[in-house]
Design a protein around this ligand. Structure first.
Ligand SMILES: Cc1cc2nc3c(=O)[nH]c(=O)nc-3n(C[C@H](O)[C@H](O)[C@H](O)COP(=O)(O)O)c2cc1C
Length: 407
């Protein structure tokens, strides 16, 4: 018989991703929070990503005898314990001093990998040295603004290869930076605009403030070895100058020639684009709109997924990101053709609230939720997730011939 657990207060720790979000909100200063949690302009795409999941309900079958215990899969040649990866996020060190290094450590403890951003506050080499498995790397195909040459990108590719990264994700949805007005209002521009109020708002988060001043993880360490505010402003400025709207498919083909390992294109929502990337040698496609931070009015990623999966799913690994906050979201994405998903903000909520242990817990929460949802709908195996397991939420169940229960 279970015994009592005795504790002094009835406060329990976070049990959902949203709980971590609320906690992180309290621990991270407003300026940084505006960078992490908001999207472009009216935030329509940010909200659309979430809303798309709510348009589906599960077609639940009973008495199947199926229990989902093994959620393992492979992505980019790596075996993962669950179909969830950590998406590349720039400047994670602003939210928690352990930054991308802490995120990658959390990922591997939870049985998955992190995709380390080019715009990270720990260099590719620093993350690789602090972790055991081969994580993945994200690349912005930058070019020198004067000559248009790719020297820096080539150097980054070479560094990622030498540091042992497994797969490369080329992000293509940032022809120009998104118009993130909440950030502008809070002074989180380039350069950041500090006011006494903003300094005070950060200073009253003493744990954050202390670690921020002590570790100074604010500059983009793949571009500079220097720490501190000046290096941060310079490196972000260099990044902005190197983003060029003229980048085109030849640049993607060029990266394909340089990188011998698995290559993914990230930021695609159109099946023609996905097909073109695969024709040029992409091994995978991430259906993504940058978490609603770029084009406001972009299609929700879940709505873009079925067409892309139908077009290239047989030839390439199709991943999805944007708005995943629950295990049920992951299951819906897999039903509609994704092999796995990436989460962005959720792991920063974990980091901001409780450091790497918080980020690890976020992934574990999702794992538990995925397994429970699959068991409740009567599916034991990720491979059995298919569109027929979903219904349109709020609509009567269509009258149709019943297929046999799964399993
Ligand atoms: C704060 C922040 C920074 C990001 N930085 C990058 C980046 O450097 N490179 C990149 O490819 N995507 C970046 N993204 C987009 C994510 O990789 C991912 O597409 C998005 O966060 C997924 O949506 P979600 O946050 O709702 O899970 C960033 C997203 C956020 C929220």
């Amino acid at each position: 018989m279970a015994s009592f657990k005795y504790q002094l207060s009835n406060r329990i720790g976070p049990v959902t991703v949203e709980d971590y979000r609320r906690l992180a909100r309290r621990r991270i200063p407003d300026m940084v929070w505006s960078y992490v949690d908001h999207g472009a302009e009216d935030q329509k795409t940010l909200l659309a990503n979430r809303a798309a999941f709510d348009r589906y309900a599960f077609r639940r079958r009973v008495l199947t005898g199926n229990e989902a215990t093994d959620l393992s899969t492979t992505v980019g040649g790596q075996r993962l314990d669950l179909p969830v990866l950590l998406a590349p996020l720039g400047s994670v060190g602003l939210s928690h001093w352990t930054g991308e290094r802490g995120a990658a450590q959390a990922a591997e403890r939870a049985g998955t990998v992190s995709i380390v951003s080019t715009a990270s506050t720990y260099s590719f080499e620093e993350v690789a040295a602090a972790t055991e498995r081969d994580h993945f790397v994200q690349l912005y195909p930058w070019a020198d603004p004067r000559s248009g040459r790719h020297d820096l990108t080539l150097a980054l590719i070479e560094r990622a290869r030498r540091a042992g990264y497994g797969a490369m994700f080329v992000t293509v949805d940032v022809a120009v930076p998104g118009n993130r007005e909440v950030e502008k209002r809070l002074g989180m521009g380039h350069p950041p605009i500090m006011t006494p109020g903003r300094v005070l708002n950060a200073a009253v988060k003493p744990r954050w403030w202390w670690n921020f001043m002590r570790y100074r993880r604010m500059s983009l360490r793949n571009l500079t070895e220097a720490a501190g505010a000046r290096a941060a402003v310079d490196s972000v400025g260099a990044q902005l100058r190197m983003m060029r709207a003229e980048l085109n498919w030849d640049d993607f083909a060029w990266v394909r020639e340089q990188w011998k390992g698995p290559l993914f294109i990230k930021g695609v929502v159109d099946a023609d684009d996905a097909e073109r990337a695969v024709d040029l040698g992409a091994d995978g496609v991430v259906v993504s709109n940058h978490g609603g931070r770029q084009l406001d009015g972009d299609v929700a990623t879940l709505d873009a997924l079925p067409a892309i999966a139908a077009r290239v799913g047989g030839r390439a690994e199709v991943l999805l990101d944007g708005g995943i906050r629950r295990g049920s979201d992951v299951v819906k994405a897999l039903c509609l053709g994704a092999k796995a998903v990436c989460i962005g903000r959720p792991y920063v909520y974990g980091l901001g609230a409780a450091g790497p242990a918080g980020a690890e817990h976020v992934v574990r929460i999702l794992r538990e939720e995925i397994a429970r949802v699959m068991t409740l709908i009567g599916v034991a195996d990720l491979k059995e997730l298919e569109p027929g397991l979903l219904l349109r939420a709020g609509e009567p169940v269509p009258v149709r011939a019943l297929s046999p229960p799964p399993g």
